[in-house]
Design a protein around this ligand. Structure first.
Ligand SMILES: [Zn+2]
Length: 156
């Protein structure tokens, strides 16, 4: 799977990472399916208050609202624009998912929430400026796999 990261999304995420400093922040990713196994991050929600230095657990209600607003904006074209997964920052660690991250994501796709697949996107600013990220794909009944992240120019 390939994940496209537009420059405007990257810029916004970078601003949030700077503001959060050494606290973990995160939320959900909203995306567009643009080809076979190719998805683009269109938007993301941010919970800037729940995280600590080493952990982030998101507030479900706040992100449900963000997703509803996204559906409204994209005209309810669920086949094309939909929930893509979860993201959070690792300000003090590498961007690779922790064991706890892996388990949480596997539980999400194997659970009863109706999510068959989800991306886990982890980002950080190394030395306070260099944007680093990783993406992993979790599919119900399958082992996780790494996804490639490609930076693309925003269309707007
Ligand atoms: Zn993590």
């Amino acid at each position: 799977m390939q994940l496209q990261l537009p420059t405007d999304v990257l810029r916004r995420m970078r601003c949030h990472l700077i503001k959060a400093g050494s606290r973990e922040i995160g939320g959900i990713l909203m995306g567009e399916e643009i080809g076979d196994q190719v998805f683009q991050i269109v938007d993301f929600s941010v919970d800037a208050s729940s995280g600590t230095r080493a952990q982030f657990v998101r507030d479900a209600d706040q992100h449900d609202e963000a997703l509803s607003a996204f559906f409204e904006r994209t005209g309810g074209e669920f086949g094309r624009f939909n929930y893509l997964g979860e993201w959070h920052s690792h300000p003090s660690f590498s961007v690779l998912p922790s064991l706890q991250d892996m388990h949480a994501m596997q539980d999400l796709v194997d659970g009863s929430g109706g999510v068959d697949f989800a991306v886990l996107f982890i980002s950080r600013l190394k030395w306070h400026w260099r944007f680093e990220c990783s993406a992993h794909l979790f599919v119900r009944g399958h082992s996780p796999s790494a996804a490639s992240v490609t930076r693309v120019k925003s269309e707007i």
